[in-house]
Write a protein that binds this ligand. Structure first.
Ligand code: HEM
Length: 146
């Protein structure tokens, strides 16, 4: 496979993606602004968030095919009433985790992930406030990015 056809997922590598999500989630559960939303944490969160992001960046569609797909993440976010500060902290902690695993050393990867996180957290925030289906964000499936 030539470089042109390599997905971002391949460039990142599954293990490094999972390590980054793992560090991110550990920091979320210690964060005063975010921890109240996540409680004591969920044992499948790292696996599910990794699978979701893998699919977003061109990896296998395992989140859609095996882990409940977009409907599951939508259900998880509805009613959370995510504030602007919580949304910003989520992005900040993910970026810090990228720096710590070395993923942040690659400017293209870091910038693309941050661009996606800006979009993804906006989707999550809008859905977190939706009281009717009409108020949901129009993105209703696992997006492919970029
Ligand atoms: C790019 C943005 C985001 C993505 C890709 C994402 C993805 C996910 C996924 C995959 C799950 C697990 C659903 C399952 O069990 O399969 C989840 C759950 C959850 N998300 Fe998000 N999320 C995003 C943004 C946010 C934001 C901004 C917040 C709050 C600040 C948030 C709070 C939560 C909570 C509280 C849960 C449920 C608890 C848990 O599973 O641990 N998410 N999210």
């Amino acid at each position: 496979m030539s470089d042109e056809t390599q997905s971002l997922y391949q460039l990142i590598g599954h293990e490094r993606l999972q390590q980054t999500v793992n560090l991110f989630y550990t920091s979320v559960l210690k964060d005063p602004l975010l921890q109240p939303l996540f409680g004591d944490g969920h044992p499948t969160h790292v696996e599910h968030l990794t699978a979701f992001l893998a699919e977003v960046f061109g990896g296998p569609p395992r989140y859609t095919d095996e882990l409940g797909g977009f409907a599951t993440i939508l259900k998880a976010h509805r009613g959370l009433n995510i504030t602007d500060e919580q949304r910003a902290r989520f992005i900040e902690l993910f970026d810090l985790a990228m720096v710590r695993t070395g993923l942040g050393n690659d400017d293209t990867i870091r910038m693309t992930l941050n661009e996606y996180l800006s979009f993804g957290t906006e989707v999550a925030q809008i859905n977190s406030f939706a009281t009717t289906d009409a108020e949901l964000h129009p993105c209703q499936e696992v997006p492919r990015w970029p």
